[in-house]
Design a protein around this ligand. Structure first.
Ligand code: ADP
Length: 306
């Protein structure tokens, strides 16, 4: 069977997670309890999910000139992701400083570093790879002008564009035709389109309006309520699998990467959505981000037992 070729243009981060009893007040210094370094970034997470789900993945991104770059590149290598187009910038690697208190509440300071310097020129270097891909997958953790440029290259070569607009940012109507599939959660749907979603029915109605406004297809994820997929002809609701959630970090990234890795010309979309739901259901039963993303065999085996 032909393996799908997915190129991700996106972020590569190291998450530095500190556990504290209580968050410090301005001017205060406190002693943390534990520090954990955890490779992340939506771009890298989704690239890993797609690779573990069986796609051939190329990552276009950037790391900095600090000690975090090496370990993050090793993670890409370990997942057999082509990183020939990961650039080295004279700044820090993307870092997320996450502080978690005893109640589980987070504060996050994001230092974009190299991700913020990923440029059109960097994407231009990868244009032949993008053109030869089946899917271009993007998020919102790199400069928007770079994302738009990559989408234009993909469109010019008939490559399917999947955009996960997270964190949320407005999309101009003129950019709608560049997107084949927009995948977002309910909060992003509200922030970008002003659509309030409290039920699956709301999500279907929102999806329909977005599609009627000119985006070809929309996939709205609803956490434990599953997801809805809407295009001009069809609408599909996919329930989430009932599992005991331990840590929902990377649920969305796993879902998107797994979905992007399957060839829709060969599989029914219902099956692809079920595969992606299973992948993310497995992820939420485990602690961690990238470490909790399952592989294709595990997902298929898990589905057989359902
Ligand atoms: P994000 O992480 O971007 O907010 P969601 O929380 O909507 O994304 O999750 C994406 C997908 O992961 C959902 O559509 C669902 O299939 C799966 N998922 C998320 N949370 C759970 C859960 N508690 N139990 C089972 N599946 C879940």
């Amino acid at each position: 069977m032909k393996v799908l070729k997915v190129t991700v243009v996106g972020s590569i981060n190291m998450d530095v997670v500190n556990r504290v009893r209580e968050h410090p007040l301005p001017g205060e210094t406190i002693i943390g309890e534990q520090t954990i370094y955890s490779p992340g970034g939506k771009g890298a997470n989704q690239a890993i999910a797609a690779a573990r789900s069986g796609a051939e993945v190329c990552m276009v991104g950037a790391v900095g000139n600090d000690a975090f770059a090496g370990p993050l590149l090793e993670v890409l290598d370990g997942n057999e992701i082509d990183r020939s187009f990961v650039q080295h910038k004279e700044t820090n690697t993307g870092l997320a400083f996450i502080t978690v208190n005893q109640k589980g509440e987070n504060t996050i300071v994001l230092s974009q570093g190299a991700n913020g310097l990923l440029s059109k020129e960097d994407v231009f270097l990868a244009q032949n790879t993008i053109a030869a891909s089946d899917v271009l997958l993007l998020q919102n953790e790199i400069p928007w002008a770079t994302t738009v440029y990559a989408m234009k290259i993909a469109k010019a070569h008939g490559v399917k564009v999947i955009l996960n607009p997270a964190p949320a940012r407005k999309i101009e109507q003129a950019e709608y035709p560049l997107i084949d599939l927009l995948v977002m959660n309910e909060l992003e749907t509200k922030e970008i389109f002003g659509e309030e979603i409290v039920s699956v029915k709301d999500a279907l109605a929102a999806g329909k309006r977005i599609v009627q406004n000119g985006i070809q297809s929309v996939l709205i994820t609803l956490g434990e309520s599953g997801s809805v997929h809407v295009d001009l002809e069809n609408e599909l609701c996919t329930p989430a699998f009932g599992v005991k959630a331990v840590d929902t970090t990377a649920a969305g990234d796993t879902f998107i990467g797994a979905f992007a890795s399957v060839d829709l010309k060969k599989s029914r979309i219902e099956e692809v959505l079920r595969f992606a739901s299973a992948a993310s259901a497995i992820t939420v039963t485990r602690q961690g981000a990238q470490s909790s993303i399952p592989g294709k065999e595990e997902i298929e085996h898990w589905l057989e037992e359902k």
